[in-house]
Design a protein around this ligand. Structure first.
Ligand SMILES: Nc1ncnc2c1ncn2[C@@H]1O[C@H](COP(=O)(O)OP(=O)(O)OP(=O)(O)O)[C@@H](O)[C@H]1O
Length: 354
């Protein structure tokens, strides 16, 4: 188990990590997710021992390792850049740190390459420069696993790969985490990575962990408007009134002009915004629908097997988007310029405070 207590990093007057507390269980795939500059790398470097905190502690299985050198902790960090030695072969790249650390080599290189889905017969004796980006990242991963760490820390290692490869490697990392029963701590600004792989998410903003939970819980019950919007494209309506009822809040907004009762699961203050994800927003031609908002269709964009219908309100400058499956959209016969009603199921809408 890894535990950080009041972990803080200051760069002069800038507080990059602001007294963070977190706990990660053995074997978990934990992801620290947040926008660029929020302190993710700094936090990860402190957990890995590559940076001393300004204050606070890091404990591994109950032992204080805050000031233990990285090579003396059971952790291994995979960097954002691949950092392979270009003049060495794949085998030499993996063996080099093993030799330096007195780890027995045997047939470990073959084993590690197989773990990262590279055929040793094909790749072991290639020069590092002969590899593709994805292959380099697999070798970097194999090299980090060579230490047989208890915890593997990964700093956005897939960011520079193309979409298809990134998806594949994300799945493989999740499989590897299960296969090896090793704790993985992954840092990313990409929500897609965070949702796909993790058992537990830590949402970091401005040096602070602002929500912790399973991807599903945070997606469905974000604590703030910022998290709600960060966790997926959504329409956001400011509320004029909210009164507590059985099973939720009855909310009113001048924008959609109806009264509706919405479940509200947590206790973070009065709800201020109603959030409806694009894919929970539909367009209909029944302008008298109970929950809805009359808008003009401004654009229709096909995104794979769904359609994004961009709409604007004639009275305000507000923009809204509905995302529907292509087939369902075709059945509506809706076109650019039509006046339609944006609709959503209030049970799927989300209330958030500030
Ligand atoms: N060595 C440093 N000296 C001064 N300021 C730094 C240093 N390293 C990071 N910072 C600042 O600390 C803040 C957090 O940086 P950090 O790299 O941890 O964020 P991040 O969330 O990993 O960003 P990104 O996703 O863009 O990599 C930023 O404002 C950054 O400019």
């Amino acid at each position: 188990m890894l535990q950080a207590t009041n972990l803080r990093a200051e760069y002069g007057s800038l507080v990059a990590v602001d007294d963070v507390n977190l706990q990660i269980e053995t074997g978990e795939f934990a992801t620290i997710v947040g926008p660029s500059g929020c302190g993710k790398t700094t936090l990860l470097r402190m957990l890995a021992g590559h940076q001393e905190p300004t204050s606070g502690t890091v404990e591994l299985n109950g032992e204080d390792v805050t000031y233990t050198e990285p090579q003396n902790r059971p952790t291994s960090l995979v960097f954002q850049s691949w950092a392979l030695f270009p003049h060495m072969t794949v085998r030499e790249n993996i063996e080099f740190p093993m030799r330096n650390n007195g780890i027995e080599i045997g047939n470990r290189v073959e084993e590690l390459l197989e773990q990262v889905r590279l055929d040793p017969d094909v790749h072991a004796d290639k020069q590092a420069t002969e590899l593709s980006g994805g292959q380099k990242q697999r070798v970097a991963l194999a090299r980090s696993l060579a230490y047989n760490p208890d915890i593997l820390l990964l700093d956005e290692p897939l960011a520079s790969l193309d979409y298809v490869l990134r998806k594949r490697l994300q799945r493989e990392l999740a499989d590897l985490n299960e296969e090896l029963d090793m704790t993985f701590i992954y840092v990313t600004h990409s929500l897609e990575s965070a949702l796909l792989m993790s058992d537990k998410l830590f949402v970091l903003d401005d040096g602070d962990i602002i929500q912790t939970g399973s991807p599903e819980d945070i997606y469905r019950q974000p604590n703030t408007k910022f998290i709600a919007e960060f966790m997926g494209d959504a329409n956001v309506f400011e509320l004029d009134a909210a009164s507590q009822m059985d099973g939720g809040y009855e909310v009113q907004s001048s924008v959609f002009e109806q009264t509706t009762t919405v479940p509200y699961h947590h206790d973070h203050g009065e709800p201020k915004y109603l959030v409806v994800r694009y894919d929970d927003t539909a367009v209909g031609t029944d302008l008298t629908a109970e929950i809805g908002l009359e808008v003009d269709v401004e654009n229709v964009l096909v995104r794979g097997n769904t359609v994004l219908i961009e709409c604007g309100s004639p009275e305000t400058d507000d923009e809204y988007v509905a995302e529907m499956p292509v087939d369902a959209f075709r059945d509506t016969n809706i076109e650019k310029g039509d006046t339609v009603c944006l609709q959503w199921d209030s049970a799927k809408s989300i209330l958030v405070p500030e």
